[in-house]
Design a protein around this ligand. Sequence first.
Ligand code: NAD
Ligand code: ZN
Length: 379
Amino acid sequence: MKAVVYNGPRDVTVKNVPDAKIERPTDVLVKITSTNICGSDLHMYEGRTDFEKGRVFGHENLGEVIEVGNAVDRIKVGDMVCLPFNIGCGFCRNCEAGLTAFCLTTNPDPKMAGAAYGFADMGPYNGGQAEYLRVPYGDFNCLKLPDDAREKETDYVMVADIFPTGWHSTELAGVKPGDTVVVYGSGPVGLMAAYSATLKDASMVMVVDRHPDRLRLAEKIGAIPIDDSKVDPVQQVMDLTQGRGADKGCECVGYQAHDPQGHEHPNMTMNNLVKSVKFTGGIGVVGVFIPQDPGSPDKLYKEGEITFDWGLCWFKGQSIKTGQANVKAYNRHLRDLIHVGKANPSFIVSHKLSLDDAPNAYQNFDARNDGWTKVVLRP
Ligand code: NAD
Ligand code: ZN
């Protein structure tokens, strides 16, 4: 089958690899019809991780079931399904508690919790930027889509990751109706966080970034865009909230944050959040920060220790919650909002391309080139 394969830093190719197939009786085999490129793929694409050469990318997947293992009974051939990026077992203590991003079964590394398709350190699973995908524990991990699956495919594929992840940041922050919310980052995840806050009836949503195309999308959904290359975002949030600060804040950037001059500055967003969220406010962090690996001091991820004004955070009585999104905790709800027409997350999609266009798409998305907000590949 054709697949998008990692060759080394900033080098992907589309080539033939062995077909994905049913390996265990609980597996489901999916013919992929939509698969997104994500900001998280860029951690591996840029060579910041130990992603092995030859592995297939892709954790935001949707497609049609073409085969099921002997022990699968809920999912049927012909079902259209959206696959959460987390691979859960459904029976460990974390999955039972709804914390599927921290599954204790699917990652073979005993020091780790949680697995994903096509991801460094998240188990051996290949990704879905390919013609076919093997889905472990298919009954648990497949989200069945209604009969408008094909028509609204570009909306539904956002439910694999970034829509639930944006939603998760608002859950971690504790967003309630009427809240004022500041979102750092206007990439796909930040836009989905702002969109989620709007769906939850926030009274005001402010989005900080510097890319005009991304800030325009934030404005389109009713958020107030704040360009941090032109103004001090903390001051701007203070001015817009009568000096109190936002009730809630969402971090949707991660280690790759830049300072106003555009230099990499990973603690920028946490410092700005602590300053621009009110006393007793909540902060939800979904942007990825990777722990320092003492065994590999020259690995690019040296930012394990992020410094921010902890004293200010404590003094203000703020709460901070972090982590990967437990997609299954929200995906039915978000699927149903799309089905009834209350949510259209595909507004962020800038490009729908074939698998063969992946190398060019990676290059443009990685450079955050104007107009490249979100790419859907259609194998
Ligand atoms: P992206 O890189 O496309 O977007 C990040 C945006 O942040 C960019 O537009 C950039 O200009 C902006 N930015 C940089 N520095 C900033 C600063 N100081 N202030 C405000 N904005 C700043 O990536 P994305 O796809 O939107 O993903 C964002 C993050 O979320 C990544 O770290 C990604 O890995 C992570 N993520 C987490 C989960 C999860 O489950 N927790 C899931 C998906 C993605
Ligand atoms: Zn993703």
